[in-house]
Design a protein around this ligand. Structure first.
Ligand code: ZN
Length: 433
C-alpha cells in the first residue's frame, strides 16, 4: 500500500484533530441532548444539518419513501410514518476532476429508548463527563462516531487541505429498527468507492468483521375474558403469550447449536439471540386478560436468511396454536421492523487495511476484530452495492442499557484514524477558500 500523504500534511492533520478535542466533546454533548428515539429524530437531524454547514458543506434532505424502496431486498416493513424525519446528507466535491477515490462517512442519529430513566446515575439526555467518559443515551451508539466523522473532515480543512475526491456525509434514521434510512440514502447518492461507519466497539475499540441478521415479529393473542372467579371459563391471553414466548426460547437454543455457527463467530458465546423485547396486555388485575401482544427480535446466523427465519417464526406460531392452553385463542402474527440478512464484511478490502494501519499509527495499538451479535447499516453497502465497508469505532459500554457511555480518548483516536484514512483514501488537495 502506498503512503500518499507527505509527513507535513500528516502532522498538520493530526495536530488539527487534537485542536478539535473540545469542539468534538461539545458537539457530542449537543447531540446527546437530542432524544432521538424512533419518530423523534428531528432535533438530532437538525443538528446534523447545522454541523455539516459548519464544515462548509451544503446539507440536503433525503426522505424515506416506502413505496420506492419496498421492492428492494434490503427493505424492512416500517413501524411509523416517515413524514418530517428526512435523513441529512452533505457532499464534498473536490476542485476539478477527482484525483482520489470517493468515500462515504455514514452514521445513524437514532437511539434506542432510555429504559428506566430513574436507574441512570445522571439523566440519559443530559450528557455528563466522569473519568474521561461521556455518559448519555446514544453517546456511544453512535453519536461519538458521527462527531468523529465531522471532526475528521474539519481537521483536514483546518490543516489547509480537503479530500481530493467526493466525500459523502450521511446521517440516517432507523438503524435501530429497519435500516430504511440507510437504504434510502445509499440509493439516492452515487456509489462511493468505500464506506466508513464508526459504530462503537464492545468495551474496546473494535472493527466489525461480521454481523448477524435480525427479524422483528409481533404476536398478538386474543383470549376469552372472564372474571377471575370463573377463571376456567376464560382464556388468559398473557399466559397464552408466555407459552408462545417459551417456544421461541426453544428455537433460540436450537439456533445456537455449534453446527450452525459460522466460523466468523467461533468463540462467541451465544451469538444468535431471541429477545422478548416488549409485552403489552391485560386490562385489570381481577380480569382474565383478553389480549396480549409480544414484540420479538430474532437473530440470524450467516448461512441462514431473513426469509427463512420469517417462515420459521410462522411455523413456531402455527404450532403453538395447537397447544391445549391456546385452544380457542386467536393468534395473529405481524412483521414490522427488521427483515435484515446477516453479513460478513470483507476485511481484506483496502479501506479496511488502510483503516487498521492508520489506527495502529495514531494509537500504537491494533483494532480488535469484532463479530457482532447485533447489526449495523454496513450490510446495505456490503450486500446490495458491493462497496467495501470499514465499520469500526470507539470503546463504548452499556449501549442499549443503563448509563451508556463512551471513552473520550478512544473517540479522539477514532477521529484521528478516520482523518488519516480519509486523507489517504481520497488523497488531499489545497482547501477551496
Ligand atoms: Zn449503532
Amino acid at each position: 500500500m502506498t503512503q500518499t500523504l507527505d509527513p507535513g500534511a500528516r502532522r498538520a492533520i493530526l495536530d488539527a484533530v487534537d485542536s478539535l478535542r473540545d469542539w468534538s466533546v461539545e458537539r457530542l454533548s449537543d447531540l446527546v441532548r437530542c432524544p432521538s428515539t424512533l419518530g423523534r429524530e428531528q432535533s438530532a437531524l437538525e443538528r446534523m444539518a447545522v454541523l455539516y454547514g459548519e464544515l462548509g458543506l451544503v446539507p440536503r434532505r433525503v426522505p424515506v419513501v416506502p413505496d420506492a424502496l419496498a421492492a428492494h431486498p434490503g427493505f424492512s416493513p416500517p413501524l411509523v410514518d416517515y413524514a418530517g424525519r428526512d435523513n441529512v446528507v452533505a457532499l464534498h466535491h473536490p476542485r476539478g476532476a477527482a484525483k482520489g477515490r470517493s468515500l462515504a462517512l455514514q452514521g445513524h442519529v437514532d437511539v434506542v429508548p432510555e429504559g428506566a430513566a430513574d436507574m441512570w446515575e445522571t439523566p440519559p439526555y443530559e450528557p455528563a463527563i466522569r473519568d474521561g467518559r461521556i455518559y448519555g443515551r446514544g453517546a456511544g451508539d453512535m453519536k461519538a462516531g458521527i462527531v468523529s466523522t465531522c471532526a475528521a473532515f474539519r481537521a483536514l480543512r483546518l490543516a489547509g487541505l480537503q479530500p481530493a475526491a467526493e466525500v459523502q456525509m450521511q446521517s440516517v434514521i432507523e438503524e435501530e429498527c429497519t435500516g430504511n434510512g440507510a437504504l434510502a440514502c445509499m440509493l439516492a447518492l452515487p456509489k462511493p468507492d468505500a464506506v466508513i461507519i464508526p459504530e462503537p466497539g464492545p468495551g474496546h475499540d473494535a472493527l466489525y468483521t461480521a454481523e448477524v441478521g435480525v427479524v422483528w415479529a409481533w404476536v398478538t393473542v386474543s383470549g376469552r375474558p372472564a372474571h377471575v372467579r370463573d377463571m376456567q371459563a376464560g382464556l388468559n391471553a398473557i399466559e397464552a403469550a408466555q407459552i408462545i414466548g417459551a417456544a421461541f426460547k426453544d428455537y433460540e437454543r436450537e439456533m445456537n447449536d455449534g453446527s450452525r455457527i459460522h466460523p466468523a463467530f467461533r468463540g462467541v458465546n451465544h451469538p444468535v439471540n431471541v429477545n422478548l423485547g416488549t409485552i403489552e396486555g391485560g386490562e385489570w388485575n381481577s380480569s382474565v386478560a383478553t389480549r396480549c401482544r409480544i414484540g420479538l427480535r430474532v437473530g440470524i446466523m450467516m448461512g441462514n436468511t431473513a426469509a427463512r427465519v420469517r417462515s420459521d417464526i410462522e411455523r413456531i406460531v402455527e404450532a403453538a396454536k395447537g397447544h391445549e392452553r391456546l385452544r380457542g385463542a386467536r393468534v395473529t402474527l405481524d412483521f414490522k421492523g427488521f427483515m435484515a440478512d446477516p453479513c460478513v464484511f470483507d476485511t481484506g478490502a483496502e479501506i479496511v487495511r488502510l483503516s487498521r494501519r492508520a489506527y495502529a499509527e495514531v494509537t500504537g495499538g491494533s483494532l480488535r476484530d469484532y463479530p457482532a451479535t447485533g447489526l449495523t447499516d454496513g450490510r446495505f453497502f456490503a450486500l446490495y452495492q458491493n462497496t467495501p465497508v470499514a465499520c469500526f469505532g470507539p470503546d463504548a459500554v452499556d449501549i442499549h442499557g443503563i448509563d451508556e457511555n463512551v471513552g473520550l480518548e478512544s473517540m479522539h483516536g477514532i477521529t484521528r484514524t478516520i482523518a488519516l484514512a480519509m486523507a489517504e483514501w481520497c488523497g488531499v488537495e489545497a482547501a477551496t477558500p
